[in-house]
Write a protein that binds this ligand. Structure first.
Ligand code: URA
Length: 287
C-alpha cells in the first residue's frame, strides 16, 4: 500500500480503531494485497492438471487408506469447526486439574481466535470458591493482562461481588471464550462450539456450588438455550457437569449494566438470590 506524505495519520488510526483494530499483533506490517497477488501468480504458473484418464477396465480395487489420527498442530485451525470442537472435547477430557487444563488450552491450536489474541485468558479468583462467574469473552484489557474482567465491566463485577460480601478471593471467574475476539467482535457460533468443552471442563474441575452466567451469550452457551437474558435471568437452573449437577443462575452482564443502569435493580435481586443459595448450601453442609 502506498501512503502519500500528506496522509492524515489521525484519520488512519481512527479508521482502524472504528474497525476494531486496536492492538498490533506483530512487529512488521503485512501487505495482504501483495500476498494475494503472489498467490494468484503462483496459481497461474502451475502446470495445468493432466486430462482425466478414461476409466480403466477391470482395475483391482485399491486398498483402503489407513485412517490417520486427527491432526493436533497448527493445521487444525483450517479444519472444519466440527473437527476442532471434537478435538477440544477430547483435549478437555484429558485434563485432570485446572492447571493441566490451562496447559492443554495453551497448546490447543484449533481456535483461530488464539492467533489474533495476545494470550490465553484462563481465570481469576479462587478456584476453591463456592461460586463461579462465567462471562462471554475477554476484551482489550483482559487480553493485555491475561485475566478476566479487569476492565470497566470487571470493576462493576467487583462491586456486584462486594454487594453480597464477596471478592476475588471468594469467587472464581472465567469466560466461555478464553481468547479475545479481534476488535471485541461477537464470537461466531463455531468459535463458541470449539471453546465450550474447555469451559465445561473448567466448571467441572472447579466444582462450584453455584454457577453464575454473566449475560445472554454465556447463559445460552452454558445452559443450552436460545432464550434471551431478560427471560433467563433470575431463575435457578441445573447445569450438568457430566459428574454432578450445579445450581446455575443467569444475570445481566456488567457491560450491559454500564449501558443500562436501570437493569441494576434486577441484577441486585439476582445477586441476592446467589447469596441466599450459597447460604443454603453452607447451612446444608454444616448440619
Ligand atoms: N466481558 C466478558 O464477558 N469477559 C471479560 O473478561 C471482560 C469483559
Amino acid at each position: 500500500m502506498t501512503v502519500t506524505l500528506d496522509t492524515d495519520w489521525a484519520d488512519v488510526l481512527a479508521f482502524h480503531a472504528e474497525a476494531g483494530v486496536d492492538v498490533a499483533i506483530g512487529e512488521a506490517a503485512i501487505d495482504r494485497f501483495a500476498e494475494s497477488a503472489a498467490e494468484a501468480a503462483r496459481a497461474r504458473s502451475q502446470p495445468a492438471p493432466p486430462a482425466a484418464k478414461p476409466p480403466a477396465a477391470a482395475q483391482p480395487p485399491r486398498p483402503a487408506a489407513p485412517s490417520l489420527p486427527a491432526p493436533v498442530g497448527p493445521a487444525l485451525v483450517n479444519q472444519a469447526p466440527d473437527a476442532a470442537a471434537m478435538a477440544a472435547r477430547e483435549a478437555a477430557r484429558e485434563a485432570r486439574s485446572l492447571e493441566a487444563l490451562r496447559a492443554i488450552m495453551e497448546g490447543f491450536e484449533g481456535c483461530a481466535l488464539k492467533k489474533t489474541a495476545s494470550r490465553l485468558v484462563f481465570a481469576d479468583g479462587n478456584p476453591q470458591a463456592q461460586v463461579m462467574f462465567v462471562g462471554e469473552a475477554p476484551g482489550r484489557e483482559e487480553d493485555e493482562q491475561g485475566l478476566p474482567f479487569v476492565g470497566r465491566s470487571g470493576r462493576l463485577l467487583d462491586l456486584m461481588l462486594a454487594a453480597i460480601g464477596l471478592d476475588r478471593t471468594r469467587a472464581y471467574i472465567a469466560n466461555v471464550i478464553p481468547w479475545r475476539p479481534p476488535g471485541n467482535r461477537t464470537p461466531t457460533p463455531q468459535e463458541t462450539a470449539i471453546c465450550l468443552p474447555f469451559i465445561r471442563r473448567q466448571i467441572e474441575l472447579a466444582n462450584p456450588e453455584v454457577l453464575v452466567c454473566l449475560g445472554g451469550p454465556s447463559a445460552q452457551a452454558l445452559l443450552g438455550t436460545l432464550e434471551g437474558i431478560t427471560r433467563l435471568r433470575g431463575r435457578f437452573m441445573d447445569f450438568d457437569t457430566g459428574t454432578r449437577t450445579v445450581r446455575a443462575i443467569a444475570t445481566f452482564h456488567p457491560a450491559y449494566l454500564l449501558r443500562t443502569p436501570a437493569g441494576k435493580r434486577l441484577a441486585w435481586r439476582d445477586m441476592l438470590a446467589v447469596e441466599a443459595a450459597l447460604a443454603e448450601r453452607a447451612a446444608g453442609a454444616s448440619s
